[in-house]
Design a protein around this ligand. Structure first.
Ligand SMILES: [Zn+2]
Length: 185
């Protein structure tokens, strides 16, 4: 009976979730440029293999990741979840974004700083312009809608680019890392 229940649960899961999965690694040639930039910035070697889950719909993405359907991707633990590939314009850059988050989590930075450094690595805001948000360091990004989160991410990138002009990565870590007072998460 119990075995039957397990089979039924497994079948239900197969029916409800239609995602596909794969492995992604910093060894992938498409990520080489991002990897070397991250290595130069942090001064450490960057490695790692992660599980990639490709959702079959935006609704499924939201259900799997626990965040809004308008986000492109999410990273948690050792897993990266992305929207259906038809919605992802630049998969290597999206992967580099999420994998950089996973590397930088070791430093326990406040989220605005982590997001800004990640976007510095991917260069995704270069040549684009969004609204600059005030007080970005105190905002809670988790409840933001699509447009606000774009502005948030852009503002984090502008702020980090400014900081990195006259400070090293090590100085930023010393100031903000490891549960510093300004940590939000
Ligand atoms: Zn991000």
């Amino acid at each position: 009976m119990r075995a039957l229940a397990i089979v039924v649960i497994l079948l239900l899961q197969v029916t409800v979730f239609c995602f596909t999965s794969a492995y992604v690694s910093w060894e992938m040639p498409e990520l080489e440029g991002y990897r070397s930039l991250l290595e130069r910035l942090t001064g450490r070697s960057v490695n790692g293999t992660y599980i990639l889950i490709i959702a079959s719909s935006a609704g499924e993405f939201s259900e799997l990741s626990g965040i809004g359907y308008w986000f492109l991707a999410a990273a948690t633990g050792n897993t990266i979840i992305v929207q259906p590939l038809s919605l992802v314009q630049n998969l290597p850059r999206t992967l580099a974004h999420e994998m950089s988050h996973l590397i930088l989590r070791d430093y326990q930075l406040p989220y605005w700083l982590e997001e800004g450094i990640v976007c510095y690595i991917t260069g995704e805001w270069v040549g684009r312009e969004e609204i600059i948000l005030d007080e970005v360091k105190t905002l809670d990004y988790s409840k933001m809608d699509f447009m606000t989160y774009r502005s948030y991410s852009y503002t984090c990138w502008v702020e980090v680019s400014r900081l990195l002009r006259n400070r090293s990565f090590g100085e930023l870590i010393a100031e903000f890392g490891e549960g510093g007072k300004r940590r939000i998460e």
